[in-house]
Design a protein. Structure first.
Length: 207
């Protein structure tokens, strides 16, 4: 399976007719947050792949050219707070960032993120019992604490995500949120059995 992961920035190559030439063989698209809804909708329309997504901390109400007000991309599937089996691949999603102001609807305290993870636990346990593994890919917007994150509160990672990774042992954790401006900035880190990838703004994962 070939996966196209996107996050935080519109990539010209993707938001153009050339997307078919470059990524027409992709089997699954994963949005890791802070992407315009029209961007994900365009990808869903142009490619034959299913598009899954989580929200970023800047994802709020957006406005269509026809005047409609929308809170989610049409033709795409939310991974938020759920475990989903996609052609045998087990994915779970936890979007949003650390809470740093009172306005953001996709911002969470560490305690709130722990509660969201607790909500996933029954499904993860069920998958481990029935399939012998809890999770294949964890999709988030923010990174975990100490891995690909930053010292400032808006870009600090969640400690509870490390706990989830230790329990679920996914092969991959995909996140965005932390923008990469230098080629020597780490974007791939091995943590126990999990490869943690910062996908900003685009990354191909071969499964």
């Amino acid at each position: 399976m070939k996966i196209l992961a996107l996050s935080d920035r519109v990539v010209d190559m993707v938001y153009s007719p050339r997307v078919m030439e470059q990524y027409g063989d992709v089997d699954l698209v994963i949005g890791c947050g802070d992407l315009p809804y029209y961007y994900l909708e365009y990808v869903a329309t142009m490619l034959s792949a299913r598009v899954l997504y989580v929200y970023g901390n800047h994802d709020e109400t957006q406005y269509k050219s026809d005047g409609r007000i929308v809170t989610a991309p049409d033709g795409c599937t939310s991974l938020e707070d759920r475990v989903l089996d996609v052609d045998g691949l087990l994915l779970a999603g936890l979007g949003g960032s650390m809470r740093y102001n009172r306005q953001g609807s996709h911002q969470y305290t560490e305690e709130q993120m722990r509660a969201r993870i607790a909500g996933l636990t029954p499904a993860l346990v069920a998958q481990r019992i029935t399939k012998g593994r809890a999770l294949d890919i964890l999709v988030t917007h923010s990174p975990p604490l100490g891995i690909h994150d930053a010292a400032d509160l808006p870009h600090r990672g969640f400690k509870s995500l490390l706990t989830l990774v230790r329990y679920a042992r996914p092969r991959f954790m995909l996140h965005g949120h932390t923008h990469l401006y230098r080629s020597n900035t780490p974007s791939e880190t091995k943590y126990l059995d999990t490869t943690i990838l910062n996908v900003y703004p685009l990354r191909i994962i071969e499964w």
